[in-house]
Design a protein around this ligand. Structure first.
Ligand code: GAP
Length: 514
């Protein structure tokens, strides 16, 4: 598998992602999506919204502000608790995340350890600065909230924060959303948008940034119906790798289990949690990701966030190890109750079925980063094809930035150029398409491979005689001839995976010159 640094270099070369403000030396933890990357990201977010909001009757979406009332963060606990543990080199002043240093050098799981435990491990194992071998300070908490000021005065009263998670807009808008969308339990509220965390050590390209996007759902359930999930039967036979807290403590490997087995053996204790874990795994697989590269891992007891009763992460096997893609916490009624206490407003609702006034629970919170999902799909798609001599980005059709490339076979023949432009103008009405006449046809196919364009349409001399074109499949390089009159329909079926490529037209072998 390609390394994370090689992936970052590929992304920069192809205009997928650039380091932000690069002409000024870049800014650690900030990235800009380029022409191709912004298209892929948009497709990814649209696919998430369709699966989680439009395809469901029980989920609605919102789009909230990035800066919220400062009291929100007091109530949510982020101001007091949203910390990473930091150590500083006493010689060169370099700062590190203490758990990461310990994990890397001692090869143990250190997330969630207290500052005093990390200090002890560092001292006992004589761990020193990775840069200058200087001695480390004691480990201490560092709050990751980004601070700003509202209005012209930079006073304590004007202090505000950029949100570190999108979830809080959902909790503070809860009453208005429920009333205006006439929601009945159980229901979910979804949001995607920017979040900011002043990470001590941003690293691994898009994996840990200071500015990133999240796609989150808070799913609300009646407090006495935590196990009453009407959709559970749809996922009972779904299998995935499971790494429970017990397996981790006993140093056992993860196991492949069905959702039914997880619930029967009480590995996952609530039906809703199990349901959403399976749904999230299925979402990645539905967009072409390899199912066996994922596992669900339960947080061990001292790893959980301040608000969580039980948390499972959906993890992916990146080249730098198994890492969190989604955190799915059982937040109980913690957030709604905290906001009731701090705002003095009643956020309970009347449940028509039970005729009870209740504060709903969030048993599962499918919460993921757009940028981490983006990385998963890139790693999954990236293939170095030795025979072709170029990279092939085998992105799922729905994620590909452009669906069709259109070319004249030769770029110096007016009759081919005119016809190719005609075909391009027709196709681009229905598909994101790209016209390219520069370089040899082989070079143009290679460019499409590297951009992930699923199909390339070429207009050759036979096209002028027979009103047809060649269509090339990115993944197999096979070609077929398709009549112009049938082209749009054929491409639509191919992109919708309704037609296997070999049935899309008459098989065509390009001449050696092509
Ligand atoms: N509302 C719950 C919440 O925010 P989290 O586990 O802290 O939970 C959710 O974050 C997801 O957001 C993570 O699983 C990850 O995909 C993404 N994320 C968190 N911090 C990130 C960072 N610094 N850079 C990129 N993505 C991040």
């Amino acid at each position: 598998m390609v390394t994370i640094d090689e992936m970052a270099a590929f992304c920069k070369r192809k205009g997928i992602i650039f380091p932000s403000s690069e002409i000024y030396g870049g800014l650690a933890g900030f990235f800009d999506y380029g022409p191709l990357g912004s298209e892929i990201k948009k497709n990814l977010k649209d696919a998430w919204w369709k699966y989680h909001v439009h395809d469901r009757e029980d989920v609605v979406g919102i789009d909230g502000s990035i800066i919220l009332h400062p009291k929100v963060w007091e109530a949510s606990g982020h101001l007091a608790n949203f910390d990473d543990i930091m150590v500083e080199c006493m010689k060169c002043k370099e700062r590190y995340r203490a758990d990461q240093v310990v994990e890397e050098l001692l090869n143990i799981h250190a997330a969630g350890l207290k500052p005093e435990d990390l200090t002890k491990l560092i001292k006992e194992n004589h761990i020193r600065c990775l840069k200058c071998k200087g001695e480390f300070s004691d480990a201490k908490p560092f709050n990751m909230m980004f601070q700003t000021f509202i209005g012209p005065l930079q006073t304590q009263e004007a202090r505000a924060f950029l949100r570190p998670e999108t979830a809080q807009n959902i909790f503070v808008d809860f009453k208005s959303i429920v009333e205006t969308a006439r929601l009945k339990l159980p229901f979910g509220i979804a949001q995607m948008g920017r979040s900011f965390r002043n990470e001590i050590a941003p690293r691994n390209f898009l994996f840990r940034c200071r500015e990133f996007e999240q796609m989150e759902i808070e799913y609300f359930i009646h407090p006495s119906k935590l196990d009453d999930c009407p959709y559970l039967k749809d996922v009972l036979n779904h299998k995935l790798f499971v790494f429970s807290a017990e397996m981790q403590t006993k140093k056992q490997p993860h196991q492949e289990l069905s959702i039914k087995e997880c619930l029967d053996k009480r590995i996952i204790t609530t039906a809703w949690h199990a349901y959403w874990l399976a749904m999230e795994h299925q979402w990645f697989v539905s967009l072409g990701a390899d199912a066996t590269k994922f596992r669900i891992r339960q947080h061990v007891s001292d790893e959980k966030s301040h608000y969580a009763l039980d948390t499972w992460d959906l993890e992916y096997e990146f080249p730098f190890g198994w890492k969190e893609l989604q955190g799915m916490a059982n937040r109980t009624d913690y957030d709604l109750k905290q906001h009731m206490k701090h705002s003095g407003k009643d956020l309970s609702l009347f449940d028509e079925d039970t005729k009870q006034k209740v504060i709903p629970h969030v048993v599962a919170e499918p919460s993921q980063g757009v940028d981490r999902a983006f990385l998963v799909f890139l790693f999954n798609a990236y293939h170095e094809d030795k025979q072709r001599g170029n990279v092939v980005l085998k992105l799922h059709q729905r994620l590909a930035p452009f669906k069709i490339g259109v070319f004249p076979l030769l770029s110096n023949r007016d009759e081919l150029l005119t016809k190719a432009r005609e075909v391009f103008q027709v196709l681009r009405q229905d598909f994101p398409a790209l016209y390219d006449k520069s370089g040899s046809i082989g070079r143009r196919y290679a460019r499409m491979d590297e951009m992930g364009t699923p199909y390339s349409v070429t207009i050759d001399f036979d096209s002028l005689k027979h009103n047809d074109v060649t269509v090339r499949d990115r993944d197999s390089t096979k070609q077929v001839r398709v009549k112009l009159a049938e082209l749009k329909d054929t491409l639509r079926k191919l992109l919708g995976r309704e037609l296997p490529f070999h049935k899309a037209g008459t098989p065509y072998e390009p001449s050696a010159k092509e």
